[in-house]
Write a protein that binds this ligand. Structure first.
Ligand code: ATP
Ligand code: MG
Length: 238
């Protein structure tokens, strides 16, 4: 079976500075794969490149067996790769419902869109209760829910989440992680970037540890969770 996403020797640079220095990993359909690592490791750069927002200087990206090398960002979305970006980037003056609709901007199956808006409200009831309010009135955690809901509106084959727990209270973080687990159980394939290594590895099938542009360690979520060097560096143990 070919993987849903295959990344091979990917290199990405900002000018002369190489932020991603030749990484390889894959995501199989139905899996949760996580990239963990310290600030500046190149995690966001990797996701932005997969989305077509940055052009790689080398390597291969294959999605569903097809090279994304020459595919523009909007086409990547319509192929089924959705991105919930770091920092959320919701539109604060627009209503919650209109923010969700934006996620479906490439679709024209109106009944399907309405069904998926309902699905987002089932997943995150608070969004439904406040559907007509400006998105900027939501709390940080609720805005994260909206960003995830919006990404799901494109009916992705692969959902990429960049630091969904950033800045959230422990309770809100647990809620977001539980939702990721629920999406996984519904069959959504997820590439999860997280600084909260414990939470990410606990629900991931596979994980990769990034340090200054390289993948330095890979394994199953459980293997990495119990790896001594990971525990020391990322789980605050000594
Ligand atoms: N627009 C940019 N121009 C120049 N350098 C950049 C730019 N964006 C990121 N970088 C650099 O690329 C490297 C990787 O950054 P990136 O944002 O991918 O890391 P990250 O792993 O997502 O970190 P964090 O956990 O802090 O979000 C860093 O050294 C960063 O300073
Ligand atoms: Mg980042």
């Amino acid at each position: 079976m070919t993987a849903l996403l295959e990344v091979e020797d990917l290199r990405v640079a900002y000018g002369k500075i190489e932020a991603v220095k030749g990484i390889s990993f894959k995501v199989d359909a139905g899996e949760v794969v996580t990239l963990i690592g310290t600030n500046g490791a190149g995690k966001t750069t990797t996701l932005r490149t997969l989305s077509g927002l940055l052009k790689p200087v080398g390597g291969q990206i294959k999605f569903n067996g097809k090279s994304l090398k020459k595919t523009p960002a909007h086409q990547i979305v319509s192929l089924g790769l959705a991105h919930s970006p770091e920092g959320r980037h919701i539109f604060p003056r627009m209503t919650i419902e209109d923010n969700l609709r934006l996620g479906a901007f490439l679709r024209n199956d109106k009944p399907g869109i309405e069904k998926d808006i309902q699905r987002a409200y089932d997943l995150f009831p608070i969004l439904g209760e406040r559907r007509k309010q400006a998105a900027g009135t939501l709390s940080g955690g609720e805005q994260q829910m909206l960003a995830m809901g919006r990404a799901l509106m494109s009916q992705p084959k692969l959902l990429m989440l960049d630091e969904p727990s950033m800045g959230l209270s422990p309770i809100m973080m647990q809620k977001i992680m539980a939702t990721i687990a629920e999406l996984k159980s519904q069959g959504t394939t997820i590439l999860l970037v997280e600084q909260n290594a414990q939470a990410a590895l606990s629900l991931a099938d596979h994980g990769h540890v990034m340090e200054v542009g390289n993948i330095v360690l890979s394994g199953t979520g459980q293997d990495l969770l119990h790896d001594e060097s990971v525990r020391k560096a990322y789980l605050g143990e000594d």
